[in-house]
Write a protein that binds this ligand. Structure first.
Ligand code: ADP
Length: 169
């Protein structure tokens, strides 16, 4: 049987509990999960690509162990569908939070389907506990000195704190 390969792409600037929940659920659906960390230069990420890869690798190692599954974290740039083809993914996995995510995601899935109808976009509904979590807001809260421990892991919360201390100098 052909191995089922899923690609979960994102900016992960930084990874949140919402992303980790999607990853935990996605590994159950595929044999191999590729987490594609977008260079996202246009978005002006707070964390460098190297830092985002490092965080994603560190945080997903436990999940891979717990589920005895294969999780690969890699950088990517350019067209998503080309990257999905390159890694042999049959599925692109995306998380859906509020209605506001829907229109953009629906359009993206439609365009990707036109580009390669053999690759299916699969949406996982955000868990109610993580619905409101967005990397952008986590960064804003951390920048203003708020407690982000409920939104991301202790390691990433510490990195955020360090980052904003460094920037304030
Ligand atoms: P992108 O720049 O591709 O939107 P993000 O890192 O913001 O990258 O998000 C990656 C994916 O994770 C998207 O599908 C997004 O909808 C999903 N996602 C983000 N936050 C959450 C959350 N709290 N719960 C579920 N899915 C989420």
């Amino acid at each position: 049987m052909t191995a089922r390969v899923g690609l979960y792409p994102g900016t992960f600037d930084p990874l949140t509990c919402g992303h980790l929940d999607i990853i935990r659920r996605a590994v159950k659906l595929v044999d191999k999960l590729v987490i594609g960390v977008a260079t996202s230069n246009a978005k002006g990420p707070l964390f460098s690509l190297e830092e985002r890869l490092e965080m994603a690798r560190a945080e997903t190692a436990e999940i891979a162990k717990a589920f005895s599954s294969q999780i690969i974290v890699e950088p990517f740039e350019g067209l998503l569908i080309h990257y999905a083809e390159k890694v042999g993914a049959q599925f692109i996995i995306r998380g859906l939070r509020a209605v506001s995510d829907f229109e953009y995601e629906f359009q993206m899935a439609g365009m990707n389907d036109r580009l390669n109808p053999d690759i299916e976009t699969v949406f996982l509904m955000a868990d109610a506990r993580y619905q409101a979590i967005a990397s952008r807001l986590v960064k804003e809260i951390a920048q203003l000195g708020g407690d982000v421990s409920g939104f991301t892991t202790p390691e990433i919360a510490a990195r955020l704190q360090k980052k904003f201390k460094g920037l304030a100098k």
